[in-house]
Every structure is written in structure tokens, then in C-alpha cells.
Write a protein that binds this ligand. Structure first.
Ligand code: SF4
Length: 292
């Protein structure tokens, strides 16, 4: 797998999700010609073999995507690329051409398996559309990375169960899961300010920059402990479901051993425990397998 150099082919997004800082009007793309020249330059100058399109919305204009794919195919560009897409703007033709033109991984900000939470996020997409996009992408021969965000104010046990079932139905083993982090410019930031949930904004933003999408601010009505557990619970249930379905016996055992450790051991003693286990399990591959 080559290293993927980031480039940006567009600015803006057609949607305005409640947690997203990208609220400016408009969506504009570089010309296909410009992008091809950009890729040519990176190939010639640095021998680049992989591109990561870091657009907020790569597939906002189907005509543009197809034109780019056609050009890459016609020029036999020999480049692999990864990018992200909105599920409601995907078509089978687009996916086939993306595959032929070198797309190896499509990231989808699907966020939740709960219709209620998708409404809160103002995603303008349904779980059925998201599921279809994952399955079509896989059928086209492209790896799909599903991205989930939990912790909207209306999140509860029921919506978490919906998201778990949604991921199990998609038949995936790995996915990206983050907790909702309110940021300035995003509509959810107003909610946080109105309810005075962040007394020290500067400290909060510094912490966000450091820890990313880890649990940071509980916007829900459930107790903190339960809210923190959600991420681990979803991950365990989805991975265990996958392992059972595919008869991955050793993965089942590993998950059953490590899940209680992750859930029940207080965070304070985890580094010490990890140290002890490292000494007790001197084989690096075994440590990696147990994820300690
Ligand atoms: S989260 Fe993605 S789809 Fe939503 S507004 Fe931001 S860039 Fe657009």
C-alpha cells in the first residue's frame, strides 16, 4: 500500500450538519484539468503513488467525479486514492468508475444508525441510504470505512442499540467511532453556550486539540459512566458479532478476555496494568493480539 499524499479538490459542502464547523455557503470544485496537473506534478516531482482527497465533500457533483474518473482511466494514471463521500450522492456508475480509476477506500460520515439521531445531526440521510452505500461500495471492490459519532443530546440506550444493530447489519469489523465534540461555528456550539456547558472555553479547546473525539463533554441525559461505556460497548458488540459470524474463534476469545479489562478497570491503573502485562507477555505479537 503506498503512502497517500493529501490534496483538496473542492471547498465547502452542500449540507450543514449540526456538529460540523463547515457552515459557509457554497460548494466549489477545482477543474478536473487542474487536479490532473496537480497529480502529474506530485508523481513527477516526488514519485507519489497514492492520493488522499481531503475534501469536505468529494462527490457533491456527479458529473465532475465521473469526468475525473474518466480522465484518470484514459491516462492510465497508475495512482491509488482514498476519499470520503456522502451516501445520498453515490451511484453504482460512480462507484464502478471510481474503482477503475484507482479508488481503494471510501470514508462515509454515516454518524449513527438511529433515524432520530441523524435528524438531530441534520444529516439529511437515512440509515437505509447509509447501509446501501456501504454494501454497494463493497460490491464495487472498494473498501468502505464507516465513521460514527455518538453523544448527541438525544442519544440514549435505544439509539445506541440502533447504531450497534446498524453496524452489525453492514457486516463490518472495523469502523471509526468518535464522541461528539462541539466546536465553534457548528450549530451544536450554540446549544452548548446557551446551556452554559463549557465554562472555560480556552481550556476546553486545548483539550479537544489534544484528545480529539474521546469522551469529553456529556451532552446526554445518561450518567457519565454509562456515556463513557457506550463507545466500548458498540465496538465490542460489533466486533464480536463479526467474529462469531465468520467463525473467528481466536478473535472471539481475545474479545471476551480484553473487553472486561477495558470496561471494568479504572483508567488510573490501566498504565500500570499494561506495564505488568507487557512483562508477563514478552511476545510482542501476543501483546498486539491482546491489544495491551
Ligand atoms: S459533516 Fe460532512 S456532510 Fe455534514 S456539513 Fe460537514 S462536511 Fe458536510
Amino acid at each position: 500500500m503506498p503512502a497517500f499524499l493529501p490534496i483538496v479538490s473542492s471547498r465547502g459542502c452542500t449540507n450543514k450538519c449540526s456538529f460540523c464547523y463547515r457552515q459557509q455557503r457554497g460548494y466549489r470544485k477545482h477543474s478536473v484539468d487542474y487536479i490532473i496537473r496537480h497529480i502529474d506534478y506530485l508523481k513527477e516531482k516526488f514519485g507519489v503513488k497514492g492520493i488522499s482527497f481531503r475534501d469536505e465533500l468529494f462527490n457533491g457533483n456527479e458529473k465532475w467525479v465521473l469526468a475525473l474518473c474518466d480522465t484518470l482511466i484514459a491516462r492510465d494514471q497508475d495512482i491509488a486514492y482514498i476519499t470520503s463521500a456522502r451516501a445520498d450522492r453515490l451511484s453504482t456508475t460512480m462507484l464502478r468508475k471510481m474503482y477503475r480509476s484507482g479508488c481503494v477506500d471510501l470514508l462515509f460520515g454515516q454518524e449513527s444508525g438511529s433515524p432520530k439521531i441523524l435528524k438531530e445531526y441534520r444529516k439529511n440521510v437515512t440509515p437505509a441510504q447509509n447501509l446501501r452505500a456501504t454494501l454497494l461500495t463493497r460490491a464495487a471492490g472498494i473498501y468502505s470505512t464507516v465513521q460514527i459519532v455518538i453523544g448527541s443530546p438525544g442519544e440514549n440506550e435505544h439509539t445506541i442499540a440502533e447504531t450497534t444493530a446498524f453496524l452489525q447489519q453492514a457486516g463490518i469489523r472495523h469502523f471509526s467511532l468518535n464522541y461528539l465534540i462541539p466546536l465553534p461555528e457548528a450549530p451544536i456550539w450554540e446549544y452548548v453556550q446557551e446551556n452554559n456547558l463549557i465554562p472555560d472555553v480556552e481550556h476546553y479547546l486545548e483539550t479537544v486539540a489534544r484528545i480529539g473525539g474521546e469522551p469529553l463533554i456529556n451532552l446526554t441525559r445518561v450518567p457519565d459512566r454509562q456515556w463513557r461505556l457506550w463507545g466500548k460497548q458498540i465496538t465490542f458488540k460489533v466486533q464480536f458479532y463479526y467474529a462469531v459470524k465468520h467463525k473467528l474463534f481466536f478473535t472471539c476469545v481475545r474479545l471476551l478476555v480484553t473487553y472486561p479489562l477495558k470496561v471494568w478497570i479504572p483508567p488510573k491503573i490501566k498504565p500500570r496494568l499494561r506495564e505488568i502485562l507487557s512483562r508477563a507477555l514478552p511476545i510482542p505479537r501476543l501483546r498486539a493480539w491482546l491489544n495491551v
